[in-house]
Design a protein around this ligand. Structure first.
Ligand code: MSP
Length: 631
């Protein structure tokens, strides 16, 4: 299902919680919104792009408390991590909304008052289970093994007076809307998920929190003892940012083209809470809700506790913003999950960008500098080649537009890269590097056509890699990216324009080295008797003291279950202080011939493992009687 290019294209991202720093999932969603916005601008559509931060609620209040700050101070500080990141990722948002701004809080209070006046909000008794991680309430039936059904995290039982929005009134109207507008929720699998959810009777939505429990929120206009539930507050950002209740004309214009881009985990809040809120407020529903998948690491979700969160800033700093954007757009099929790995990232970078695109530009530019006076050659009449390159390039804009409207961003990128590969083949077929010696005019034509093919590809790829495409267009003597795709015309490259590409645009990167597992030590096999000949026992350290004039040795007195403790001199002083080992149990070899060390007779040997950081001694997992045999 595709959509038309009529009217405005208003694209939003979720507003991100300021309880944490941005990660690659946030980066992906915002870059995808940016890429869509840039394509729509290129298609000639009026476009408006909004992102922002979600700054109220329990999670934020708790994060602030941990830092010893007020929630407002915390939000003022944390929102910058998002706001400042976007320009560095070449994100071209028109606005950035914070839910603590008066332009937003005013709208939330007005919307609440309206619903209250219309009798669509009522006071009731709430009983349920609250999951702080997702800021959502669940009924007992919805819990999985007594835990949050979405995160598996802890839930708190809560019973209190609260305010409710009559969400249940809108169940039938919502089902009807989804059925009548089959591409309202995209992709289709997500639509079916929502319809599945709507098979159960819809409950009313608890939209308040008593201030006594949670003070960080927008006060309810009709009861100052309560603040607004963070999702009710946050969802309204899409409207408050564009003039709801303050600039009707602007609001109506932009809202008519609203597209909400979200992650699949916040599908219900958008497709059910938000849509029913809008129905109650008598505001038309957005055009589309588009749910993308998750970036996974080794097939599991990124999480702080697993320590596998990818920092978009670090990736950008290491490999460049254009490569990062390219990878995110090329690797993920919108709607499905994808695995993030540095290896996959570098493969794309090396194969697609360094080899196919970068090499092409580099080879052409070097050749032009060497053999064509450093300028775009002329397309000489009578020297055309019988090829389909020009046709392929000219057909590509319509194809890319179609794929983007179908949200097949990965396929659009691949179609453009196919043109780049076609240009590479064209150069191989026409051999301008050889032909120049015998027929310079013909070589000029071949290079001109190759540059034109490359120029088409760069223009079409510019929404994905705005920085590099712009830079490369300048380097090959081409005009800047067209402002509308319909202005992209074959032959607009001017002969005589200076070509100057000082260095390879996408240097190759080495793939990260996979650490080789050390090989098994090759020692000769022994018979069991040989092993059994070593008498290993558990010993309890009774006393430990440093050995004078040695920084390595400790003098131990060890209970090995014998009438008298044994004296053991052990080289463990660098790793262990005497206090750390007194009273502990370790493994000792007790039938080694006694040996004098630093003049002291050592009567056993403690077992230890070694690595670059030194040694570690072995201890049983539970206490054993001193002298217990080890076998
Ligand atoms: N504040 C709410 C959204 C309110 S919108 C009115 C929220 N914030 S969030 O910061 O937790 O998440 C924002 C978005 O990031 C969600 O769309 C979520 O799907 C996305 N991602 C979080 N982890 C992700 C991945 N690993 N991969 C891709 N996107 C993921 O929810």
């Amino acid at each position: 299902m595709t959509e038309s290019l009529d009217g405005v294209f208003y694209i939003t991202t979720p507003i991100y919680y300021v309880n944490d720093r941005p990660h690659i999932g946030h980066g992906y969603c915002t870059v995808l919104a940016d890429v869509l916005a840039r394509y729509h601008r290129l298609f000639g559509q009026e476009t408006y792009f909004l992102t922002g931060t979600d700054e109220h609620g329990q999670k934020v209040q708790e994060a602030a408390a941990k830092r010893g700050m007020t929630p407002q101070e915390h939000a003022d500080d944390m929102h910058r991590h998002f706001k400042d990141l976007w320009p560095t990722l070449h994100v071209s948002n028109d606005d950035f909304i914070r839910t603590t701004e008066p332009r937003h809080t005013r709208v939330v209070q007005k919307a609440l008052q309206q619903l209250w006046d219309k009798g669509l909000i009522y006071r009731g008794e709430y009983e349920g289970f609250y999951s702080p991680r997702v800021e959502k309430f669940f009924t007992e039936d919805e819990l999985v093994d007594g835990k949050c059904p979405e995160t598996g995290g802890e839930v708190n039982r809560i019973q209190e007076a609260n305010y409710f929005f009559k969400m249940s009134l809108y169940q039938d109207a919502l089902i009807k809307h989804i059925n009548e507008n089959p591409d309202f929720i995209r992709p289709e699998s997500r639509k079916n998920e929502v319809l599945g959810f709507l098979k159960k009777p819809l409950q009313d939505l608890c939209i308040s929190r008593p201030k006594a429990r949670l003070s960080w929120g927008i006060p309810l206009p009709f009861d100052p003892d309560f603040v607004t539930y963070v999702w009710f507050d946050a969802l309204l950002n899409y409207c408050s940012a564009i003039g709801l209740y303050s600039d009707d004309q602007r609001f109506e214009k932009l809202w008519s083209g609203a597209h909400h881009l979200i992650g699949k985990d916040i599908l219900t809040t958008h497709s059910v809470y938000w849509t029913t809120m809008l129905m109650a407020l008598e505001i038309p529903l957005p055009k589309h809700i588009i749910a993308h998948g998750w970036w996974l690491i080794d097939r599991s979700k990124m999480s702080k506790s697993l320590g596998n969160v990818v920092d978009p800033m670090a990736m950008k700093d290491k490999y460049g913003v254009d490569s990062l954007r390219y990878f995110l757009m090329r690797e993920m099929v919108v709607g499905l999950d994808a695995d993030f790995s540095e290896e996959a990232f570098l493969k794309r970078h090396n194969f697609d960008l360094a080899n196919d695109l970068g090499n092409l530009a580099n080879r052409l530019a070097k050749f032009i500098a060497r053999s064509m006076g450093g300028v775009v050659p002329t397309l000489a009449e009578g020297t055309e080649f019988d090829d389909d390159l020009r046709q392929m390039a000219q057909e590509l804009p319509a194809k890319v537009r179609q794929l983007i409207l179908e949200l097949k961003v990965d396929a659009a990128v691949e179609a453009i890269m196919n043109l780049v590969r076609r240009v590479n083949r064209y150069v191989a077929e026409t051999e301008p590097f050889k032909v120049i010696k015998t027929d310079p005019a013909k070589a000029g034509t071949a290079v001109y056509n190759a540059l034109e093919g490359l120029r088409f590809a760069l223009n079409l790829l510019s929404p994905v890699m705005p920085g590099k495409c712009d830079e490369l267009l300048g380097a090959i003597g081409a005009p800047p990216v067209v402002s509308r795709l319909e202005d992209l015309k074959w032959g607009d490259l001017k002969a005589g324009a200076a070509v100057n590409l000082p260095e390879a645009p996408f240097p190759r990167h080495e793939l990260p080295k996979v650490e080789e597992k050390p090989k098994k030590p090759e020692t000769p096999l022994i018979k069991f008797d040989h092993f059994a000949a070593v008498d290993l026992r558990v010993g309890t350290v009774l006393t430990a003291t440093a050995v004078e004039k040695s920084d390595k040795l400790l003098l131990l007195s060890v209970d090995l279950g014998e009438p008298e403790p044994r004296t053991v001199v052990s080289g463990i002083a660098k790793e262990y202080s005497p206090e750390a080992i007194v009273g502990k149990q370790f493994v000792f070899v007790v039938n080694l011939e006694p040996r004098k060390i630093f003049g002291i007779l050592s009567e056993a040997m403690v077992l230890a493992g070694h690595d670059d950081d030194g040694l570690a001694i072995f201890s049983p997992l539970r206490p054993l009687p001193a002298g217990a045999k080890i076998s």
